[in-house]
Design a protein around this ligand. Sequence first.
Ligand code: ZN
Length: 259
Amino acid sequence: MDKQELYILCDRVAGLILLAKKVVVFTGAGVSTESGIPDFRGPGGIWEKFDPDDFTYHKFLRDADVRKKHWRLLRSLTPAAEPNPAHHAIVELNRLGKLDCVITQNVDNLHQRAGLAAEKVLELHGNMQSAVCLDCGRRYPFAQIKVRLDEGEEAPDCEACRGLLKPAVILFGEPLPDEVLREAALRSTEADLFIVIGSTLTVYPAAYMPAYAADAGARLVIINLSATPLDGQAEIIIRAKAGEAMPRIVRRLKEKQGI
Ligand code: ZN
């Protein structure tokens, strides 16, 4: 996609945002790759270094070695990732009064780090910045757990009850949190503009959200480098990086608003 084409499409998206009453933004790994967080599935992705078969809920509960691998993976992911221009543009959209909520598949906490209030972010797959005790439900900030990992503990347990600690992310085979899922589905059906950023829309039930929105009559915009199963229903498709498209869209929106 050349600059001219990108400019025209971003301008059209800005026009849709200007008219919309309820804008829902849906984000996947592609919004965070420019922050240095590797895509799980792509080349050079996390699943080339770790075996995804180990990352099931079932194995986590059953196998102490698998639990150690989980903590090793988390420890390797967390340092130094900062929000990128796409995250900041979404925060700006919110400041302009044009964001109902973000529904995200990401667990990296970068939307909140960029400045969105926690209640604006519906995390379908949890958040790696905390850990939860499966026995007593106590939550711990990951920073606190990381100190213990750095000191050589391989699979930290709950300090209160010695129960099993699990990263507060949804593992394969683990049900998504009901409340978040229901809220995300509701917001999706109520949206009149639904913007997908950096997701291939292949992981369910997350990928149902844009389908709910489109079926309920929302306009659908997809910003993703590769094709998605919902491209046929999208009004505008932008094949660009999130960090290239989103700041342009927000800049055009501000011009249209006269800011
Ligand atoms: Zn506990």
